[in-house]
Design a protein around this ligand. Structure first.
Ligand code: ADP
Ligand code: MG
Length: 466
């Protein structure tokens, strides 16, 4: 029995035990990627499924595997891997759901399973487009409008409109997504088109290898016989003289024959240190488009789109809250959403603002707006601890009031840089030395008191929505 048949048998058993919905949700796109020394590696399409299988179905899977293999299986590891990375020649064009998509085909592509990274993109081998990146699921916002439009234009008439197209911007803002979407779109229009997607790192490594093993010619043929060359993260080309030279020639060769080149970078060409002038001028000769951090509206739209994709519903105010907390990058936004869904499904609770805030704690410290007033801070602390404002501003020295009061003082100082006398005044006319003492004490305790860290973070999150 090969691993494919083995997994089919396991699925057959599980299918009988589970509801159709659960079975399809959790076991579609799974397969056994290896089975060695009693250890089975189960490939799953995403972290969410991974957590779910580990926590919910592990026992069933193990029992079933042991049953079928007469107890040869000792352990199971779940790993995010994808089988969507078939060489593009054999990916049926335009097919919504291909056999390969469903994970029932053994890939016979040139890459090995263990070379597929977490994002499901094969890092070795020939053609490594990931079908999950498309124009359809790219949410366009003001800061990505230009890059998106340019990418669409390039996919519509490669080699003719903007050549090269140079897309730059910070991490997790959709550069790889756009690059791959161009490839996927082109492929959708014409299944015979030759596309090569490579990170700069891969270009470099393959070049060095080729030189070392006397295969420079093969390398040249490989990179120059394409209709579309997508090079991701070109900023890593710096200080590699021979690679730069090789890239220069590759570039020219393609450009001269009107083959499309699309490049991404985390910064504009001028800002790449050590980039040769001739490359700089080539990069700048086409179209340069930047992607910036998305605004709030776009972040909410992205979350909505991802929710639809993942078939989960979250209230608008929750999405808004997530989008307010996580501002810098889309990868993180997506990560947060996945975590929120997982945590709630797992605990079997409905998401509320509070429960979601708690999940978000692990993401990043909250920076509150500069327009928040000291009074609002007192209010937020009082609400968090279910106290009256007068409790905090009053004279009582009761212990249950002391900590919330100190936290209010701390947040005023730390976040708003309020002066100690003003803080004292805000909390019922206390002395500035009391405020100073409170600030220092909380600062000290924060270093080791996780509960305190959490409490303060949650109070600050309340302040995001005032
Ligand atoms: P970069 O290459 O700029 O670091 P990626 O393209 O890898 O960023 O994007 C990170 C993640 O965010 C990916 O999962 C991608 O699909 C998603 N993403 C980025 N931009 C958008 C967008 N505008 N709409 C939808 N998803 C996006
Ligand atoms: Mg990238």
């Amino acid at each position: 029995m090969n691993t494919h048949e083995l997994w089919q048998s396991v699925l057959g058993e599980l299918e009988l035990k589970l509801s159709k919905a659960s079975f399809t949700t959790w076991f579609r796109h799974t397969f056994i990627s290896s089975f060695e020394n009693g250890e089975v590696r189960v490939a799953v399409p995403n972290d969410f499924t991974k957590t779910w299988l580990e926590k919910k179905y592990h026992r069933d899977i193990l029992l079933s595997l042991q049953n079928i293999t007469s107890n040869t299986v000792r352990s199971i590891h779940y790993r995010v891997e994808s089988r969507l990375n078939l060489p593009i020649e054999i990916l049926p064009v335009g097919a919504e759901e291909t056999e390969a998509d469903q994970g029932y085909l053994e890939p016979d592509g040139p890459f090995r399973r263990d070379e597929i990274n977490n994002e499901g993109v094969a890092t070795a081998g020939d053609l490594t487009l990931n079908p999950k990146y498309s124009f359809t699921n790219f949410v366009v916002g003001k800061t990505s409008e230009l890059a998106h439009a340019a990418a669409v234009a390039v996919a519509a008439s490669p080699g003719l409109t903007y050549n090269p197209l140079f897309i730059y911007g910070g991490v997790g803002l959709g550069k790889t997504h756009l690059l791959q979407a161009i490839g996927n779109e082109l492929l959708r229009r014409n299944g015979r088109v030759r596309i090569l997607y490579a990170t700069c790192e891969r270009f470099t490594n393959e070049f060095i290898d080729a030189v070392r093993t006397g295969k420079a010619k093969e390398f040249k043929d490989h990179y120059r016989n394409v209709d579309l060359l997508l090079i991701d993260d070109i900023q890593f080309i710096t200080s590699k003289e021979r690679t730069q030279e090789e890239f220069f020639h590759t570039f020219n060769s393609l450009h001269q024959s009107n083959k499309q080149i699309v490049i991404s970078s985390d910064r504009p060409p001028k800002a790449i240190p050590g980039l040769e002038n001739r490359l700089l001028s080539r990069f700048e000769s086409g179209m340069m488009a930047d992607v910036g951090a998305p605004d709030l509206e776009t972040r909410v739209a992205i979350l909505e789109a991802k929710c639809r994709e993942k078939k989960c519903e979250l209230a608008k105010e929750i999405l808004h809250h997530v989008a307010t907390t996580i501002q810098s990058n889309i990868r993180e936004l997506e990560g947060a959403l996945i975590k929120i869904i997982a945590v709630h499904q797992f605990k079997n609770i409905l998401p509320t603002l509070d429960s979601v805030s708690e999940v978000l704690l692990s993401f990043r410290p909250t920076a509150i707006k500069k327009t928040v007033s000291p009074r609002q801070i007192v209010q937020a602390v009082a609400a968090y601890y279910e106290l009256a404002i007068e409790d905090l501003t009053g004279k009582s020295r009761e212990k249950r009031l002391a900590l919330p009061r100190q936290i209010a003082m701390f947040i005023m100082r730390e976040e708003m840089k309020t002066s100690y006398p003003a803080i004292g005044a805000e909390l019922g006319g206390r002395d500035h030395t009391t405020a100073m003492h409170a600030y220092n004490k909380i600062l000290q305790n924060l270093k080791r008191d996780e509960k305190l860290q959490r409490d303060i973070e949650l109070v600050k999150q309340r302040l995001l929505v005032v």
